[in-house]
Design a protein around this ligand. Structure first.
Ligand code: HEC
Ligand code: HEC
Length: 378
């Protein structure tokens, strides 16, 4: 009886920084500090401008930008749900709407990386037949006719919305991007734990999550892909999530994303980019390869609490289901060359709980909804 009590007491006590090996400590410290440095987007001349952020916020909640007038960005990216929704799949390939928090640090946009910048990613749902189904003309006409929006357009861009429809629509998407750049998540329990680890202090993070931390950088090998302060290597992998939509139709993932990127005029290299020196284009490996079939972007693991379901197709309802995916991995589903490192982890119930507790510790408090906009004075 006394031994049982002692064991229970031990479980309840916070673990000591000394319980982590030097290798574990070094691996965990790599996941911070948070937030990452804030930099302007050179491809978007409206990036960081207050007037553009306000214009973008007004657009984000405006259902008149959709063909039927019934859908805004916030329909699928709901502020109260960390800018995601609870639907399983939306749009052309029935994909899960990701959170928009911390989107400013993405390198690629969309689960398939079909966009290399935030403004073209913001125009895509406006024009997509399966989403808002607008046209550049509908967008431009609405902005011209709406007094508030045309005032905000002028304040943000310095000219009236009289340029041709395509230019007005791209400007609107750049303002939408400027607004979304303000959606940054605050510190999570993990960040306090990491600071304690760095200072060799005892952490108050619960024991299960601390055990999960060890698994995350150790046996689970999660940190191979979910690395860095954002918990993503910002690349694409196939982890065996089924991508068959219905018999005969698959979601090609990165393979289609790269083809679309190649055809797009709205890239960092294209004529609508504001960075004439193309300095924002870092060397990016974008050769289309067979292995890109069925690859999807490694998502950030911040903000998982409240953004269920998970995976590109929303096929996992809970965090426990995502961990079970790795525990019971179906190796026959893996077909890309690089993923041979993934093996079924065969985790115990206790290890599964620990990993779930760790994943939960990566979410800070949900951000407040945006405040009402001040009126625009011409
Ligand atoms: C009908 C639902 C829906 C609407 C409306 C919608 N989105 Fe999305 N959004 C999605 C889905 C689904 C994805 C994932 C798409 C993909 O990977 O192909 C997505 C992806 C994104 C991404 C990329 C996220 C990432 O992690 O790469 C951004 C940014 C975004 N949407 C912004 C917007 C903006 C801005 C609007 C309004 C102009 C908007 N969305 C309207 C469903 C929607
Ligand atoms: C080989 C790279 C790789 C490894 C290793 C890896 N992941 Fe992932 N992870 C991904 C990719 C890619 C996705 C998205 C897959 C998809 O949607 O088809 C993902 C998705 C997820 C999601 C869903 C997030 C969301 O917002 O939908 C969670 C949670 C997750 N991983 C946790 C883990 C954990 C825990 C481990 C270790 C047990 C791990 N991952 C190991 C690449 C990896």
């Amino acid at each position: 009886m006394i031994r049982l009590l002692a064991a229970l007491l031990l479980l309840a006590l916070p673990a000591n920084a000394a319980d982590f090996s030097e290798a574990e400590r070094a691996a965990l410290l790599r996941h911070g500090p948070w937030p990452l440095p804030i930099e302007r987007d050179d491809s978007n001349r409206l990036s960081g401008s207050t007037a553009a952020i306000q214009f973008g916020q007004a657009l984000f909640f405006d259902a008149k930008l959709s063909a039927k007038g019934d859908m805004s960005c916030a329909t699928c990216h709901q502020p109260a749900r960390r800018y995601s929704d609870h639907e399983k799949g939306r749009g052309e390939f029935l994909r899960n709407a990701p959170t928009l928090l911390d989107i400013r640090w993405n390198r690629w946009f969309g689960w398939d990386g079909a966009q290399d910048n935030l403004w073209s990613q913001s125009l895509r749902p406006l024009l997509s037949a399966a989403e808002m189904a607008a046209t550049p003309k509908l967008i431009a006409d609405h902005i011209r006719k709406d007094e508030g929006l045309s005032c905000r357009y002028r304040a943000a861009t310095g000219s009236a919305p009289e340029a041709d429809d395509d230019v007005v629509a791209v400007m609107a998407s750049k303002a939408l991007a400027a607004f979304q750049e303000t959606l940054v998540s605050g510190p999570a329990p993990f960040d306090a734990f990491r600071a304690d680890l760095a200072a060799n202090r005892t952490s108050s993070l619960n024991e299960a999550a601390q055990q999960g931390a060890k698994l995350f950088v150790g046996k689970g090998q999660c940190a191979i892909c979910h690395i860095g302060p954002g918990f993503t290597n910002r690349e694409f992998h196939d982890i065996g999530v089924p991508y068959l939509l219905r018999p005969g139709l698959v979601d090609p993932g990165r393979h289609l994303g790269l083809r679309r990127l190649g055809e797009s005029k709205l890239t960092r290299l294209g004529p609508f980019s504001d960075d004439p020196a193309r300095e924002s284009v870092t060397t990016r490996h974008v050769t289309l390869l067979h292995r890109n079939w069925g690859e999807f972007r490694v998502p950030s693991l911040r903000n998982l609490v409240g953004t269920a379901p998970y995976m590109h197709n929303g096929s996992k309802a809970t965090l426990r289901d995502t961990v079970l995916h790795y525990s019971e991995l179906n190796e026959e589903r893996l077909h890309a060359d690089g993923e041979r490192l993934l093996k079924p982890l065969n985790l115990s119930d206790q290890e599964i709980d620990a990993l779930v507790a760790f994943l939960e510790a990566l979410s800070g408090p949900a951000p407040a909804e945006p405040t009402a906009l001040p009126a625009c004075k011409p």
